[in-house]
Design a protein around this ligand. Structure first.
Ligand code: M6R
Length: 615
C-alpha cells in the first residue's frame, strides 16, 4: 500500500507532486520518489525514508523543472525499503517511468519470461517487472502507450493503481486501477492523479474516481479518456464535485493529526447523525437501511466483518444490536472469515465496517459473503472507496478525512451509525417502546456535547500520562458495552507508544491476567455507573489487593471508585449503550500523551500504514 501522485498541465509539477506526497504519507512512508519530464528527458530521484528526505535530496539537485511529473510514497511489499526498490521505476530503455500501488502477484513468471528475452532488473520489485512488460508489449506490438498498458495489465494477476508516462510522448499520462484507489482531478487544461483527492483539492473540486478495471489516458490538451482494461470499451467518465476542503485535511493548529481528529469528534458525531434523525418527530431516516428494511428485519442474524479499530466498533455494535434490536450478531475478523469457509445463509445480513473502505481483508470477506448470496451493507468513511462501491447498500460515517494512522473519530462515528441502524431496526421490529426510542434519539443528540465535556479532562489526563509513561505493560478492563472499548484502548496505546497493552473483559481477569498484576502494573478500568458497576467495583478491589495501580474511567460524581483508584477520569452520565462514545475519549487522549512524551511518531507509527490494502 502506497500513495501515488501525478500532474500534467501548465504549472511546475514538482511542488504539486511533492506536497501531494506529503499528504499521502499516511498510506506508507518507508521510501519516496519523483520523476519529472523537463522538456528533454526524465529526471528521477528517489530515496529510502520519508518525503522530507526526498525533499532534502532534491534541494541539492536541479531536477525539479517540468510540467509533467509523478511521485510515490511507499510501504514496502516486494523488496526491502531501499533507494533501488523505491518508485518510480524506469523501463530498460529509460523511456517509460511508472509508479504503482498494489501487488502484481504473478510477477515471478513474468520476470522470468522478460529475463529470457534479455530484460534486466535492478530492483526486487513487481513494479519494475510491470513497466518492462509494458515496454515489451509496446515494442513488440508497435502500439501506443495506452494500448500497451492495457495489453500488459491483462497479463497480470493482482492489484494496482498505476501511473506511467513515456519520455517520447510527454503530453500524456496513462493511469489504471484494480483493487487500489485512484482519483483524477480535473482542472482547466491541467490534470492531477492521486490515491485520494487530498493532493489536488486546492486546485480543483472536480474529480473522476476510476472504477476497478478501468484505465484512463490523460492528455494535457485533449483531456481524459476512460476505457475498460479487459475489453477496451470506452466509458463516459463521471466527474463529481467534491465537498472536502483543504482545512479539513491539514492539521488546523494541532500538533498532530491524531489530536486534531480526537478533538473533531463532537462535530464528527453530529455530522454522522445530521439529516438522519429528527428528534422532535421521533424519526430516523437512512436510505441505505430504509430501502432494504425487510432484509434486515427478516435477517436470521447479522454478521459484522472488519479489522482493527473497525472490528472493535463492530463488537460494540454486537452489544447494541442484540440489546436494542434483538437480532443475533456475530463479529468476525475479516482476515479469518475470508479463509475459514464460514457458514453464510442467504438470509444473513453482513455489515462490513471500514474507515478507509480499502482494507484488503474486509474487501475479500465482502466478496465471499456476496458469492454465498448474503446481502452486504457497508459502513465506510471514505466516500467512493472500494468497499462503499462493492457493497449492496451502505451508510457513510461522514467523519471527514482521518489522517492519523491511529483511528479515533472513525471509531466513534462507526458506533454512531451502528446505533442509528439498531434503533431503526428496533422500531421497525416493534421491540422498542415509543418513549424509549425517543429517549435514545434525544440522548444521541446530546452525545457531541458530552464528548466535548469529556475532552475537558485533557490536562488531567496529561498528568496521568506523565506518571505512567515509563510503564512496560498496561492492562485495560471493561465489561459489557465497554469490553470492546478496553480492547480499543489497549490497541491505541500499543500502536503509537509501543507499550505492550492488553484489553480484557474485567471478569476474565481472574482466569489468567491477574497473575500479571503487581505494583508496576497500571490497570485502566472502565467503571461507569451503568451495567455491571458493582461487579467492576469488585474487580477493582481484586486489583487493589494485589497492589496494581488503578486508573478508573468513571461517571461524573462517582465516589466509590474514587475511594479505591489511584486516579479517576470522569465522563458525563449517559445511557449504557452510548457509554462507549464517551469512555473511548480519555483512552485516546491517554495513549496520545504517552506517545508524545515518549517522543514517538504519533501520526505515523512504525511498521503501520493508514489503509492496509494488502493481506
Ligand atoms: O480502514 P479500516 O477501518 O478498514 O482499517 C482497519 C484497521 O487497519 C485500522 O482500524 C487499524 O487497526 C488502525 N491503525 C487502528 O488505529
Amino acid at each position: 500500500m502506497c500513495g501515488i501522485v501525478g500532474y500534467i498541465g501548465h504549472r511546475e509539477a514538482y511542488p504539486i507532486v511533492l506536497k501531494g506526497l506529503k499528504r499521502l504519507e499516511y498510506r506508507g512512508y518507508d521510501s519516496a520518489g519523483i520523476a519529472l519530464y523537463d522538456g528533454e528527458e526524465i529526471k528521477l530521484s528517489k530515496t529510502k525514508g520519508k518525503v522530507a528526505d526526498l525533499e532534502t535530496r532534491l534541494e541539492n539537485e536541479i531536477a525539479t523543472k517540468g510540467t509533467v511529473g509523478i511521485g510515490h510514497t511507499r510501504w514496502a511489499t516486494h523488496g526491502v525499503p531501499n533507494d533501488v526498490n523505491s518508485h518510480p521505476h524506469y523501463s530498460n530503455s529509460g523511456n517509460l517511468v511508472i509508479i504503482h500501488n498494489g501487488i502484481i502477484e504473478n510477477y515471478e513468471p513474468l520476470r522470468q519470461e522478460l529475463t529470457n528475452r534479455g530484460y534486466t532488473f535492478t530492483s526486487e520489485t513487481d513494479t519494475e517487472v510491470l513497466v518492462n512488460l509494458i515496454e515489451d508489449v509496446k515494442t513488440k506490438e508497435k502500439v501506443k502507450l495506452g494500448k500497451a498498458v492495457q495489453i500488459a495489465l491483462n497479463q497480470t494477476v493482482g492489484a494496482y493503481a498505476i501511473a506511467v508516462f513515456d519520455r517520447n510522448k510527454p503530453d500524456e499520462i496513462v493511469v489504471a486501477r484494480l483493487g487500489s484507489p485512484l482519483a483524477i482531478g480535473v482542472g482547466e487544461n491541467e490534470y492531477f492523479v492521486a490515491s485520494d483527492a487530498s493532493p489536488f483539492i486546492e486546485y480543483t473540486n472536480n474529480a473522476i474516481y476510476l472504477e476497478d478495471g478501468e484505465m484512463a489516458i490523460i492528455r494535457r490538451k485533449k483531456g481524459v479518456k476512460v476505457r475498460k482494461i479487459k475489453d477496451d470499451k470506452q466509458v463516459d467518465p463521471y466527474v463529481q464535485e467534491l465537498k472536502m476542503n483543504l482545512e479539513q485535511i491539514e492539521k488546523g493548529g494541532y500538533d498532530h493529526f491524531m489530536l486534531k481528529e480526537i478533538y473533531e469528534q463532537p462535530n464528527a458525531i453530529s455530522d454522522t447523525y445530521r439529516g438522519r434523525m429528527r428528534v422532535s418527530d421521533g424519526i430516523i431516516k437512512m436510505a441505505g437501511i430504509d430501502d432494504h428494511i425487510e432484509k434486515f428485519t427478516n435477517a436470521r442474524r447479522i454478521l459484522i466483518i472488519a479489522c482493527g479499530t473497525s472490528w472493535h466498533a463492530g463488537l460494540v455494535g454486537e452489544y447494541i444490536f442484540e440489546d436494542l434490536a434483538r437480532i443475533p450478531v456475530e463479529v468476525e475478523y475479516a482476515s479469518e472469515f475470508r479463509y475459514r469457509n464460514p457458514v453464510i445463509y442467504q438470509d444473513d445480513v453482513v455489515i462490513a465496517i471500514s474507515q478507509s473502505g480499502e482494507t484488503a481483508d474486509t474487501m475479500a470477506a465482502i466478496k465471499l459473503a456476496k458469492e454465498k448470496g448474503a446481502f452486504v451493507f457497508g459502513i465506510c468513511n471514505v466516500v467512493g472507496s472500494s468497499i462503499s462501491r462493492e457493497t449492496h447498500a451502505g451508510a457513510y460515517t461522514h467523519a471527514g478525512p482521518e489522517i492519523g494512522v491511529a483511528s479515533t473519530k472513525a471509531f466513534t462515528t462507526q458506533i454512531t451509525v451502528l446505533t442509528l441502524i439498531a434503533l431503526q431496526l428496533a422500531k421497525k421490529k416493534g421491540v422498542i417502546s415509543t418513549p424509549d426510542f425517543h429517549a435514545h434519539l434525544q440522548e444521541l443528540e446530546r452525545i457531541p456535547e458530552k464528548v466535548a465535556k469529556a475532552l475537558e479532562s485533557n490536562e488531567h489526563i496529561k498528568e496521568v500520562a506523565d506518571i505512567y509513561k515509563e510503564a512496560s505493560n498496561c492492562l485495560y478492563l471493561g465489561r459489557g458495552f465497554n469490553f470492546p472499548v478496553a480492547l480499543e484502548g489497549a490497541l491505541k496505546l500499543k500502536e503509537i507508544s509501543y507499550i505492550h497493552a492488553e484489553g480484557y473483559p474485567a471478569a476474565e481477569m481472574k482466569h489468567g491476567p491477574i497473575a500479571l498484576i503487581d505494583e508496576q502494573m497500571p490497570v485502566i478500568v472502565i467503571a461507569t455507573k451503568k451495567g455491571h458497576y458493582d461487579k467492576v467495583v469488585s474487580n477493582i478491589q481484586e486489583i487493589k489487593s494485589r497492589k496494581g495501580k488503578i486508573i478508573g474511567i468513571v461517571t461524573e460524581g462517582d465516589v466509590t471508585v474514587k475511594g479505591l483508584a489511584d486516579h479517576v477520569i470522569e465522563i458525563p452520565e449517559t445511557m449504557e449503550s452510548m457509554t462507549p462514545l464517551l469512555t473511548t475519549i480519555p483512552l485516546q487522549l491517554l495513549s496520545y500523551h504517552i506517545a508524545v512524551m515518549l517522543n514517538k511518531n504519533v501520526d505515523q507509527p512504525r511498521n503501520l500504514a493508514k489503509s492496509v490494502t494488502v493481506e
